[in-house]
Design a protein around this ligand. Structure first.
Ligand code: SDX
Length: 452
């Protein structure tokens, strides 16, 4: 067999060479159906006695998955092979939920059956209502959502055995259905208004609006333009590969924690301003900028290494191009503001001017910082009437289907094992023990702020 043939048939690999010992190690390359190949370093520690070092996982594939594909350089986002633009144009959120969970788009019959199943699960156990009463009225709705979702296993214990496929599916359906009810109840509770039960004759997004904004004393008619915008919002937030909150769900699930606890962990991770909390932070930033004239100062601040201020809604670990979700969100924002006769929304004006200036700025161009999914989403939500404290709750409602689909994929992955990263240790080496009366007293400064 020719050398070329031999090479072609041999699986591709990289050789790691230790130039001290002269030893070399073959590292196999694994190829997926799209995107970068990976170095399979699973036996690296066993073979070399060394760990790979990648804090923040900037170059690490934590799993193999077939749910979502992102090409950050080309600004591509696909779910099960379907482009996000096609999904937001032709599908509704329930269809995308089916796609993420089951791998294909549903037929008309399959969609009707799936929608009925989700509908059957959208009410909450009535005793959970008391759970809400334990919170202060001014509790952040994300704190309520983390608490209530974490408590679901106490009420739905018959769908926590993840080894049982039926229980696994029921848990996914319950979470997707109930998360919208839980989120809208958190809002009602903060207002001191009565909880509103969902209706079978409303779609997922129509129900969210109905449960959030209707009151028992008035007829409430869902605005179809707003319902469509919410549906697009949920599709755009449905899943996004192995982001921080999804990785949190997978890590929690790898220990065998019940699905409700895993999703509660994902909600907690999403809350951070560097992640899902950014949509709330964008609005607060636009309000702080206050006028188009102030924008250059804030762009300057965001570039100052000594200033922790960052342009919220800009930049992304993966997208080094315009986030395709931000494009759809921007068009939806214009539609919603027009429908609500708020096209002159001052925050939109500042956002459009900020985007224009930042995209022409050398720093943003060189660091490939573009608007991300959070940059325009808050403008839509604020115009519809949600308080900023509900923005990340709405992100979590959309993302719950992605978290459950990724959790289910991990549970069903034959190579699934408990996640247990290692570390580069740089603490104290072995020290002799000193009894307490031999130890020196430190100054308060040393004690509170010592870097050791
Ligand atoms: C989401 O992972 C996902 O997929 C997340 C998400 C999802 O759907 O799950 O897409 C949702 O979380 C979107 C991102 C929302 N967060 C924000 O909008 C917060 C503002 N953005 C930044 O905090 C930042 O861009 C991150 C956290 C999003 C990404 O940070 P990285 O990948 O760790 O990049 P980095 O911080 O190393 O930045 C690279 C450089 C740095 O400068 P240098 O140290 O190289 O000189 O770019 C700078 C950063 O200072 N930079 C910014 C900036 N973002 C990065 N400078 C000013 N403003 C910004 N927003």
């Amino acid at each position: 067999m020719s050398d070329y043939e031999d090479k072609k048939n041999k699986a591709k690999s990289y050789t790691l060479f230790n130039n001290e010992s002269g030893q070399s190690f073959e590292i196999p390359v694994l190829k997926g159906t799209d995107g970068p190949e990976v170095l399979d370093i699973r036996s690296l520690y066993k073979d070399t006695g060394m760990f790979a070092y990648d804090p923040g996982y900037t170059s690490t594939a934590s799993c193999s998955s077939s749910i979502t594909y992102i090409d950050g350089h080309k600004g591509i986002l696909r779910h099960r092979g379907y482009n996000i633009k096609d999904l937001t144009t032709h599908s509704d959120f329930i269809e995308v939920c089916y796609l993420l969970l089951h791998g294909d788009l549903p037929s008309i019959i399959d969609k009707q059956k799936f929608e009925k199943v989700i509908n059957n699960h959208k009410m909450l156990h009535e005793q959970l209502v008391n759970f809400y009463r334990g919170f202060r009225r001014d509790a952040h709705p994300m704190a309520i959502m983390v608490g209530v979702v974490g408590a679901l296993s106490a009420f739905y214990n018959d769908s926590t055995d993840f080894a049982n496929i039926n229980q696994r599916m029921i848990a996914c359906h319950r979470l997707i259905a109930k998360i919208a009810t839980i989120g809208s109840m958190a809002y009602k509770y903060s207002l001191g208004q009565p909880f509103v039960y969902p209706k079978d004759n409303l779609s997922y997004s129509e129900n969210l609006l109905y449960m959030t904004f209707s009151v028992p004393t008035k007829e409430y008619k869902v605005n179809p333009v707003i319902a469509e915008a919410m549906d697009k919002f949920f599709i755009l937030h449905a899943d996004h590969e192995q982001n921080a909150s999804t990785s949190t769900v997978r890590l929690a699930g790898s220990s065998g924690a019940n699905p409700f606890a895993c999703i509660a962990a994902g909600i907690a991770s999403l809350w951070g301003p560097a992640h899902g909390g950014a949509n709330e932070a964008v609005i607060l930033m636009l309000q702080e900028i206050g006028s188009v004239e102030n924008i250059p100062n804030f762009i300057k601040k965001s570039k100052d290494k000594n200033d922790p201020f960052r342009l919220m809604g800009f930049g992304h670990r993966v997208y080094k191009n315009y986030d395709p979700r931000a494009e759809v969100m921007k068009v939806t924002a214009h539609k919603v503001l027009k429908e609500l006769e708020k096209s002159e929304d001052p925050l939109l004006k500042i956002a459009l001017a900020l985007e224009k200036l930042a995209l022409k700025d050398e720093y943003f161009i060189e660091k490939k910082l573009y608007p991300n999914v959070d940059f325009y989403s808050g403008i839509i939500l604020k115009a519809i009437g949600f308080p900023t404290s509900m923005f990340t709750v709405l992100f979590a409602i959309g993302r719950t289907v992605g978290w459950t689909a990724q959790w289910k994929e991990m549970i069903e992955d034959p190579v699934n094992k408990i996640g247990r990263p290692r570390q580069l240790y740089n603490g104290s080496n072995s020290r002799n023990y000193e009894i307490i009366n031999k130890r020196e007293t430190k100054s308060i400064f040393q004690w509170l702020w010592s870097k050791k």
